[in-house]
Design a protein around this ligand. Structure first.
Ligand SMILES: NC(=O)c1ccc[n+]([C@@H]2O[C@H](COP(=O)([O-])OP(=O)(O)OC[C@H]3O[C@@H](n4cnc5c(N)ncnc54)[C@H](O)[C@@H]3O)[C@@H](O)[C@H]2O)c1
Length: 315
């Protein structure tokens, strides 16, 4: 029996930005992967997009042959043990997808959503067997960022959470268990708490946007990849954190909604790099350079992790 035959079949529902990357992750780990999208053009682009990921990883692209393309959902999910939905971030669409997946699959099949914001209980509302529905929040790009937040709703049975976490870990991802189905889960709450203060600092004239980004990337951001904030608090001693909080916490931004500066920028159409201006002004060359820097950094980290994983598997 080949290695491929021993691995569970994975179905990916939605072949866009996230779906094709998730398909690459499982194909690279030796799973047969079936991907579905109602848009034939999106589906047809999957092999080429997945080959490009292998190129960036300096890796053999042959696992792309483990991915089959499907224009019918029932064919994609037939025989799959784990189905991950990466369709549009719209409640009615996801509710419909999960109701259909629930009807098409057996009771032991894990049904996961890659939603970044919709509560799992809400997207599962039209499904009958909600105990196997959970969140599996991959980060963009899923093929280069290893974290996956596995979200348990009040209806999810822990045994499905455990199975999903094992499957993800075996595929080289780094799953964490989010025990409550709250908006933004863990990562996006932290990320947006930082953005809230960042926007307020710029709006209040403390610094410009470029300075703000420099303070993060060249300051505490440079250590965040190796030292989490609570680990760092433990390292310096909690009394230092307490002293800082006594002075700072009451002064941090607490605008009770999106900041007016953000609202104003979006209303004015200055929505970011794609239009040449957001918090900062961008020429097309500058925008391309930032994207390239970002991709190369993540790809280089992913190459190292992948090489270590393959070496361990062969040892
Ligand atoms: N883009 C990100 O940075 C990011 C990060 C984490 C999570 N997510 C989440 O992942 C999901 C997918 O996001 P994306 O950026 O890949 O979007 P995308 O627009 O690139 O892809 C969505 C795909 O879903 C397809 N689709 C439309 N209707 C469908 C249906 N009924 N069934 C199945 N597929 C359908 C579309 O044709 C499209 O190919 C969303 O829930 C999003 O919130 C996105």
């Amino acid at each position: 029996m080949t290695m491929l035959a021993k691995k569970e079949k994975i179905a990916v529902v939605g072949a866009g930005l996230m779906g094709h990357g998730i398909a690459q992750v499982f194909a690279d780990a030796g799973h047969p992967v079936a991907i579905y999208d109602p848009d034939a053009a999106a589906l047809a682009r999957v092999p080429e997009r997945v080959r490009e990921i292998f190129r960036l990883l300096d890796a053999d692209p042959s696992p792309v042959d483990h991915i089959s393309l499907h224009e019918r959902l029932e064919n994609a999910v037939a025989g799959a043990q784990f189905v991950i939905e990466a369709g549009p971030e719209r409640v009615p669409i996801k509710q419909e997808i999960f109701a259909t997946l629930d009807a098409l699959t057996g009771p032991d099949v894990i049904l996961a959503s890659n939603t970044s914001a919709i509560p799992i209980r809400e997207l599962a509302a039209k499904a009958a067997r909600r105990n196997r529905i959970l969140g599996a929040h991959f980060w963009n790009p899923p093929h280069f960022v290893s974290l996956v937040e596995v979200i348990q709703s009040d209806a999810t049975d822990i045994k499905f959470v455990q199975r999903a976490m094992k499957l993800l870990a075996d595929a080289g991802m780094s799953p964490v268990h989010v025990k409550r189905d709250i908006p933004g889960f863990i990562g996006n709450r932290l990320q947006h708490a930082l953005k809230r203060e960042a926007i307020a600092l710029v709006a209040n004239g403390v610094c410009d946007a470029e300075t703000l980004d420099k303070v993060v990337t060249e300051g505490f951001g440079s250590r965040l990849g190796v030292l989490g904030p609570l680990e760092q608090s433990d390292m310096v001693g909690l009394s230092l954190t307490l002293d800082a909080h006594r002075v700072l916490i009451a002064d941090l931004d607490r605008t009770p909604g999106p900041h007016p500066l953000l609202e104003a920028k979006v209303s004015a159409g200055t929505t970011g790099m794609a239009v040449g201006e957001g918090f900062r002004r961008w020429t097309p060359e500058q925008a391309t350079a930032v994207r390239k820097r970002f991709q190369e950094h993540l790809a280089s980290e992913a190459r190292k992790r992948r090489a270590a994983r393959k070496a361990k598997a062969q040892a």
